[in-house]
Design a protein around this ligand. Structure first.
Ligand code: UDP
Length: 270
């Protein structure tokens, strides 16, 4: 069981624990646990403090990360809803949990890149930070044992992971999410270098729809300060660049998701 973090109160922790004990766990991943939701078609997504990198070769528990990602994913998903991009988010339940729509995850990591970084820089020998001529969308097959290999639309179609219609929709969703996220970040002095989303299928009778699922948080984006180039994402953990929660808190503070603790209280004169 995790240790209490700033902002947790003890009674709330007890309540959280007793609720968790009664719930049926559906799946435990590297950073989240999924529980059966209170209504049919819903699940509860619990954000852990665990951080992993390099296909879980590097692991740590980062106090407070889950709380920040829960809030940030809520913020981004609500923004997507505002501009009509369907997504799984229903409502936040507490500090670490949110209620989301149950969906069938398409077994692809959909990556959108605006600047070269990470695996693309290594693969193609392009210096990190080089602006790409246009956003580039890549697909990786979700399989931890294989290390999530890069695949083409040919593989996706041939192996039936998604239809051509799905791929058209996924591309359009990915580019819209990119425009939204780039704009939101730019407004607070952050460059959206790249990010990963996952897509889920929901069924309304015979009709199938694709929605943004999983999470959108600094765990799954590269975020650089526009002025200084400072990294404000999971690379801080991957590359041992400092305190991860400080970086995520900075993103949350700039977006107004966390109160600005640096603001001095107004004082009355006379
Ligand atoms: N990413 C992710 N989960 C993964 C792989 C990548 O969230 O399993 C994100 C990563 O944080 C980055 C983007 O996708 O924002 C592109 O990652 P990249 O392919 O460069 O891989 P990495 O260098 O992180 O191994």
């Amino acid at each position: 069981m995790r240790t209490p973090t700033r902002g947790d109160s003890i009674p709330l922790l007890r309540l959280e624990r007793s609720l968790m004990a009664r719930r049926k766990k559906i799946y435990e991943g590297k950073a989240k646990i999924l529980y059966e939701g209170p209504e049919p078609g819903t699940i509860v997504q619990y954000f852990k403090d665990d951080a992993t990198a390099f296909n879980a070769e590097k692991k740590d528990v980062i106090d407070g990360k889950g709380v920040l990602n829960n809030r940030l994913s809520e913020f981004f998903m609500n923004g997507l809803t505002q501009i009509g991009i369907p997504n799984h988010f229903i409502r936040r339940l507490n500090m670490r949990e949110q209620l989301v729509r149950n969906c069938e995850i398409v077994p692809l990591e959909v990556i959108v890149r605006n600047y070269a970084a990470g695996s693309m820089s290594k693969r193609l020998g392009i210096a990190e930070g080089t602006q790409l001529p246009r956003p580039i969308v890549e697909y990786c097959y979700k399989d931890d044992a294989l290390g999530d290999p890069l695949v083409t639309e040919e593989h996706i179609a041939a192996f039936g992971w998604a239809s051509q219609q799905d791929m058209d929709d996924i591309l359009s969703i990915a580019l819209r999410v990119n425009d939204f996220m780039s704009g939101v970040m730019l407004a607070v002095g952050i460059r959206l270098v790249d990010f990963k989303i996952e897509i889920g299928r929901v069924f309304d009778g015979d009709y199938q729809r694709l929605i943004v699922a999983d999470e959108i948080s600094p765990d799954s984006c590269r975020l650089w300060d526009i002025e200084t180039g400072q990294k404000l994402d999971k690379d801080v953990f991957r590359r041992d660049l400092g305190n991860l929660t400080d970086a995520y808190s900075e993103v949350a503070r700039r977006l107004g998701v966390l109160p600005n603790t640096n603001v001095t209280k107004p004082t009355l004169i006379n």
